[in-house]
Design a protein around this ligand. Structure first.
Ligand SMILES: [Zn+2]
Ligand SMILES: [Zn+2]
Length: 138
């Protein structure tokens, strides 16, 4: 994700309005927990702007995803996580506390058999490891 001011500029260039609500959402994404859900962001923005709706949060997040500024992550939890880091990386998910850590990209051991991908252009690969963190194992 780009710095907040640059994001606001990019929004204006797309003809989208930069409202105080949106600015707060950007700041929450930048400063908040990694890989928050829309509900997490809603909760933190509500501390400053109690009337903001969850719909506004979703709407803004969807715009950011479309602009390629955040990545939507489906970890099979029934709700998406939003990742301000859009560089190539892997995830490590704790099944106990649902913590999600960023790992450097790895393609070790991941290989597609050429005969299975004839005619394909591969553009994206998501690698997620699930397990239990040291705290949850203790
Ligand atoms: Zn854990
Ligand atoms: Zn991530």
């Amino acid at each position: 994700m780009r710095p907040v001011e640059e994001l606001c500029q990019a929004l204006r260039e797309r003809g989208l309005k930069v409202t105080p609500q949106r600015r707060l959402i950007f700041e929450a994404l930048r400063d908040g927990a990694e890989h928050p859900t829309a509900e997490n962001i809603h909760h933190s923005v509500q501390e400053i702007m109690p009337d903001i709706s969850l719909a506004t949060i979703y709407h803004t997040l969807n715009d950011l995803v479309e602009m390629g500024e955040v990545m939507e992550l489906d970890l099979g939890e029934g709700r998406s996580r939003y990742d301000p880091c859009t560089d190539d990386h892997c995830h490590l998910v704790c099944l106990g506390c649902r913590r999600v850590l960023d790992l450097p990209p790895t393609t070790d051991g991941i290989e597609l058999a050429a005969e299975n991908t004839v005619g394909w252009e591969i553009v994206r690969c998501e690698v997620v490891f699930y397990g239990y963190c040291p705290n949850c194992r203790a």
